[in-house]
Design a protein around this ligand. Structure first.
Ligand code: DQA
Length: 142
């Protein structure tokens, strides 16, 4: 089983950006968690991060026919990007949406998710652990 984990803009700034909201763990910590999860679960996990909407769309398209599931945190593009929603629909790969923070408890504009309209599940407010939960959900349900 192969799972692609996609992160959008500013997720590479974890540990530096707004630690009161996103915690003190760094992006490197997230990558280590993904690697550990892959080993523990005996699955292949590939990760991709970009600050650019079109690059995220390109990466989703490249995944067509090559991965079994996608875990995606589109970050700020969650709330704006019809292009990412359409890319997920185009490849039709089972996908789970993750948000490190509890977006529902924040500004009203963060409560709209375009990617979430496609995803079979959304995990929010569980910190980095949410990525592991999303991977396990895909492993057990696809
Ligand atoms: C986020 C929440 C988004 O609203 C925000 O723009 C992010 C991160 C999260 O993981 O909590 O960059 O997706």
């Amino acid at each position: 089983m192969k799972i692609l984990v996609i992160n959008g803009p500013n997720i590479n700034m974890l540990g530096i950006r707004e630690p009161g909201i996103y915690g003190k763990n760094t992006f490197a910590d997230l990558l280590a968690l993904l690697e550990q999860t892959a080993q523990e679960e005996g699955i292949e996990i590939e990760q991709y991060q970009s600050n650019h909407e079109g690059c995220l769309v390109d990466r989703i398209q490249v995944a067509y026919g090559k991965v079994d599931g996608i875990v995606i945190n589109p970050a700020a593009y969650t709330h704006t990007s019809v292009a990412i929603l359409d890319a997920l629909k185009a490849v039709s790969i089972p996908a789970v949406e993750v948000h490190i923070s509890d977006v529902d408890a924040r500004e009203p504009f963060r409560q709209v998710s375009y990617a979430g309209l496609y995803c079979c599940k959304t995990i929010k407010g569980h910190g980095l652990e949410g990525y592991r939960e999303a991977i396990l959900y895909l492993k057990n349900n696809i």
